[in-house]
Design a protein around this ligand. Structure first.
Ligand SMILES: Nc1nc2c(ncn2[C@@H]2O[C@H](COP(=O)(O)OP(=O)(O)O)[C@@H](O)[C@H]2O)c(=O)[nH]1
Ligand SMILES: [Mg+2]
Length: 266
């Protein structure tokens, strides 16, 4: 396998000065991903990415150093949580047009990034979800309970909110302004689901693209543990119900039609 060279900062800053190109900031939440994070960073397509922000929550291994050596900017977020890390990365991004999220465990294929950002760069979408299930993921890469939980969640997103999704995958891209405007509240494992639920009720242009997915390097903190699974499952379901029961106010102060085109019934 060919390893890409380490990120070249002079090149990054030169690209930052080139205002004609859309700026794509990549945000990677990490917790103890020392072995995986250099590979994730190395496989990101350098020509498309303006900056890489790795958000750590106090890893006890050498994650921060490994990410820095691979060329990323590392931010330490004191508040624990997947969503807290993603939110911090969003705030740290430098003048982005597009923000991309992916996990730091090397389960996503960073070189799928061009497909994930394509609908946004074409001006067709505000939010793009990389769908692992549409991408024909192997059984071993996503545990059965996580797969079933995901199917239940996307069913609820459709029935309750009118959103058409096949996955809650971590690899996703959004127009920066649209994403900030969603005002996502969850700071834990409900972050990705809330993004999709709010994007639906706020009427963003959403699309999905199939992405590849593989078994992670290292140990899972969420779906591979009993507590993580219960916590994430609870968070995901209550997040969808919360958006259904208390839809966010529209920009003009009226409730948003959270039935995705059908009439909102109280
Ligand atoms: N910063 C931060 N990252 C986290 C936290 N929990 C999980 N992660 C990272 O989020 C990504 C997804 O977590 P992972 O353990 O792979 O969950 P799984 O994909 O459900 O097995 C990985 O990059 C983790 O390192 C957290 O509390 N804080
Ligand atoms: Mg993972």
């Amino acid at each position: 396998m060919t390893r890409r060279k380490t990120w070249d900062h002079s090149r990054l800053s030169k690209e930052a000065a080139d205002s004609r190109r859309p700026r794509i900031s990549v945000v990677i939440p990490v917790l103890n991903e020392e072995d995986a994070i250099p590979k994730v960073i190395a496989d990101l397509p350098e020509h498309l990415v303006s900056e890489i922000v790795v958000v750590d929550n106090g890893s006890s291994d050498g994650t921060a150093g490994a990410a820095r050596r691979a060329g990323a900017r590392v931010v330490q977020e004191p508040a624990r949580g997947y969503g807290a890390a993603c939110y911090r990365g969003l705030r740290e991004a430098t003048d982005p047009d597009v923000v991309v999220f992916l996990d730091g465990d090397y389960s996503d294929y960073p070189d799928d990034l061009p497909q994930v950002v394509a609908p946004i760069l074409k001006g067709e979408s505000d939010l793009v979800i990389g769908s692992r299930l549409a991408g024909g993921v192997r059984q071993s890469a996503i545990p059965t309970h996580a797969r079933l939980g995901t199917r239940l969640a996307v069913l609820l997103l459709r029935v309750l909110l009118g959103g058409r999704y096949t996955d809650l995958g971590p690899f996703r891209a959004a127009r920066y302004d649209a994403l900030v405007g969603l005002d996502i509240r969850d700071r834990g494992y409900g972050w990705t689901t809330e993004m999709q639920a709010l994007a639906t009720v706020r009427g963003l242009r959403v699309s999905e693209v199939p992405v590849r997915y593989r078994k992670r390097i290292g140990r899972s903190k969420i779906s591979g543990t009993v507590l993580g699974t219960i916590g994430a499952g609870y968070k995901i379901l209550t997040t969808i119900l919360r958006v259904y029961l208390w839809p966010p106010p529209a920009r003009n102060g009226r409730p948003v039609d959270s039935t995705g085109g059908r009439k909102w019934r109280r």
